[in-house]
Design a protein around this ligand. Sequence first.
Ligand code: PAF
Length: 276
Amino acid sequence: MKIAEKIDDMRKLRRRLTEPVGFVPTMGYLHEGHLSLVRKARTENPSAVVSIFVNPMQFGPQEDFVSYPRNTQHDLALLDKAGTDLVFIPQADEVYPQPFSARVEIGKVTERLEGTARPGHFRGVTTVCAKLFNIIQPQRAYFGQKDAQQAIVIKKMVTDLNMNIEIVTLPTVREPDGLALSSRNTYLNPHERQAAVVLYQALSLAQQLYANGEKNAERLRQEIIGLIQQQPLANVDYVSIANAETLDELDTVKPPALVSLAVKIGRTRLIDNIVI
Ligand code: PAF
C-alpha cells in the first residue's frame, strides 16, 4: 500500500494504478462502515484509493473539528489489511493553500435537514469532494447510506457538474443492537451508548407502523418523536419523512421515502435513517 501526502505525489502514484479506480473519501478513525466501502471498492475495481482528511471546511465554528477523533496509524493498518492500493493523507494547507476562495454550491437538496442544522456543512463536503475527485480521478466513488443526505448531495453534484464518476451508496453498518456505526459514537459514555439505541428503535417503529398500514407521514413523525422523548438522555433535533431523491417532506408516505433523524444523546449529535 502506497501513501501520499502531497497532491503531486498522489497524481504520480495514481497514474500507475490499473483502471478503473474505486475511491473512498473518509475523515479517518475508520470503522467497519468505512471498511465495507473499501472492500466493495476493491472487489468492483482493480484499484482502490482511500483519502483520510478531516475537512475543516465542513465543520461549523461551534462544531467538533478540533476534537474529532483521529488515529492515522491504526487507520493505515486497517486499510492495508482491506486491500487498499493507495492512501491520500494531505494536510489542510495542501488542500486549501491560501488564499483559497472556490466553493461548490449544490442548492436545494443541501438546504434542508443537515443543511439547516449545520449551515455551510454541505458546501464544505462538496468543495472537498470535488477537489478529491479532481486529484484522484476515480471511475467510482463509495459513500455510506448512514449519511444519506450527503450521498444525495454528491450524486446531484456529479450529475449537475457532469463529473464522469459513478457514485455507489452502500448500506449502513450497525452494532448488534442496531446503533449505526459512526466515528462520533466514541464520544458516548456507557449510559449514553445504551441510550443511543433509541435512534434505531424509533426508525424501526416507523418501518413497522408503515408495514401495518400507517401512511400518514405526520402521524409517523409524531410516533418517532414520542418514542425518542421517552429516553431521558435524548433530545430530538429533527425527524423527517421525505422523498428519497428530492428530500421534499411528504404528507403521505410513498416509497422510496427517506425516514431520517438527528438526535442529541447528551452532548453528542447522532444521525440515522432508513429508506421505506
Ligand atoms: O463522510 C465523510 O467522512 C466526509 O463528509 C467526506 C465525504 C470524507 C468529506 O469530507
